[in-house]
Design a binder for this molecule. Structure first.
Ligand code: OOG
Ligand code: NI
Length: 469
């Protein structure tokens, strides 16, 4: 229970997300344009599709849409990641999922910090894809040691932020004044710095190993590298981008367009080339340049069960061969291959390919003719219209898409990093806690929704069912 004078973690998360968005709009004006574009497309989509508007409103999903973002950051050391885990815990965000990007030639492994329970997700699902550099993948020993030494020198957190995190951990919350200070100090960690902490030669040596290594090692902190708003129609957004002065990457990552959107589809615009001042540069030196920050849009669909995900992975793998093939339209090929994936809610539900949130509509108690077990009760109530099943939104990321996003913002010359064994244990040791398993979280949301829908309709009120508070 949070004491009354403390700011709730969800409110803190909303303020932090808004502050990050403001800062990034000032840093990268094109991101502001992207927000306008997405707001326009979403309004248009909802206007053209009143049923969608009604369903989203009924499922309590409309409110979060305009504030919904994910961001991405990359840190250099286990200690930095450990402190980040404590920072995000203040805002009710926990590490969810393990992503091994080394398999795709990117020398990091990652998790996503995000809220996990359904109320927190409905209020503001702000998430940060967070990657930890795997220095052990640098083969050149001298360079590896140099990178470690540079990282050991920096502190990406302000002293006041450290104090506030400790305060939160000691007393369980932050007061209004402390919350304001917390947000102001926390965004400092993610601010862009156009001055590197190293000279140009060091930057180049690290960049030659992998551009991402230079991006993490050569700056004062883990600058936010993109913030991604959620669109309801990514194809329309992709088509509209040039009219807003934005050039999208060639293809949309993830599944094809469908009647029932699944998982996550993403597109981005290329990273900006930005002037950087390196140590030892004189006023008149030609400045070096660095590309790190870009823009991305995403469309989120229904979360898949392990069976649904296995089918998705198999079909997507089959489509990969068409990615570089200029003679076929990739989206067309993808659409053809995905015909095997059922595309209506009822089949997805019956075949248990996707997760649903069940909710009671109306109050009428049918306790008298209730079937004996919960599963048949749910089916009967669905059939009689007393319960509806809404898609549960996928709140996580897709490693193949993530790799595609990483790659599109690095030169194609950076793809050669050898695959190394994934190491979830190492990431968890750095985090100081284990990562939550996404499937388990969705399954729990679904089970919980069934229980409360049944409770509501069958008159099992709070006294009858022991609550798990
Ligand atoms: C993260 C890329 C992953 C996504 O949406 O899949 C990502 C990065 O470039 O640091 O943000
Ligand atoms: Ni992203």
């Amino acid at each position: 229970m949070i004491a009354a004078h403390f700011v709730p973690p969800g409110a803190l998360r909303s303020r932090f997300a808004a502050a990050m968005s403001d800062m990034y709009q000032r840093e990268v004006p094109q991101y502001g344009t992207l927000l306008e574009l997405v707001a326009d497309i979403n309004e248009q989509t909802l206007t053209e599709n009143p049923e969608l508007r009604q369903r989203l409103a009924g499922a309590n999903e409309l409110a979060r849409l305009s504030v919904e973002r994910h961001g991405a950051i990359r840190v250099g050391t286990a200690a930095e990641l450990g402190m980040l885990a404590r920072l995000f815990a203040v805002m009710g965000m926990a590490p969810v999922g393990y992503y091994d990007l080394a398999a795709a030639g990117v020398p990091v492994h990652s998790t996503a910090f995000r809220p996990v329970d359904s109320e927190a997700l409905a209020a503001n699902p702000f998430r940060l894809f967070t990657s930890l550099l795997r220095l052990e993948l640098i083969e050149d020993r001298a360079l590896r040691e140099r990178a470690a030494a540079i990282l050991a020198e920096r502190d990406i957190f302000t002293p006041r932020l450290r104090e506030l995190i400790e305060r939160f951990e000691a007393v369980g919350g932050l007061t209004e004044d402390e919350a304001d200070a917390f947000v102001a100090e926390a965004i400092e960690t993610f601010r862009w710095h156009d001055e590197a902490t190293v000279d140009y030669a060091t930057y180049q040596a690290l960049a030659a190993e992998h551009r991402l290594i230079a991006d993490v090692v050569c700056f004062r902190g883990p600058h936010i590298n993109h913030l991604t708003p959620r669109t309801l129609d990514i194809d329309a957004a992709q088509v509209a981008m040039p009219a807003y002065g934005i050039t999208p990457k060639a293809i949309i990552e993830g599944p094809p367009r469908r009647e029932v959107p699944i998982l996550l589809r993403q597109t981005s615009f290329k990273a900006l080339e930005e002037p950087i001042r390196f140590t030892g540069d004189t006023e008149t030196d030609a400045q070096g340049r660095h590309t790190a920050r870009f823009g991305e849009i995403e469309q989120r669909g229904i979360a898949l069960t392990p069976d649904g995900r296995a089918l998705y992975d198999r079909l997507l793998a089959a489509a990969q061969t068409y990615k570089g093939d200029a003679s076929v339209d990739y989206q067309d090929a993808l659409t053809g291959i995905f015909e095997e994936f059922p595309d209506d809610l009822e089949t997805l539900r019956r075949r248990e390919l996707a997760y649903f949130r069940y909710r009671a509509v109306g109050q009428s108690s049918i306790a008298a003719d209730a079937p004996t077990d919960d599963a048949s009760a749910i089916e009967a109530l669905l059939a009689s219209g007393h319960i509806v099943a809404d898609p549960i939104v996928y709140e996580d990321f897709l490693p193949v898409s993530a790799a595609g996003i990483f790659q599109s913002n690095l030169g194609s010359d950076d793809a050669g990093q050898g695959a190394a064994a994934a190491s979830q244990e190492a990431l968890e040791a750095a985090l100081g806690r284990s990562v939550a398993e996404p499937f388990a979280l969705y399954a729990e949301l679904e089970a919980e929704s069934k229980r409360s829908a049944l409770d509501q309709l069958m008159g099992n009120d709070a006294q009858a069912t022991p609550s798990s508070a």
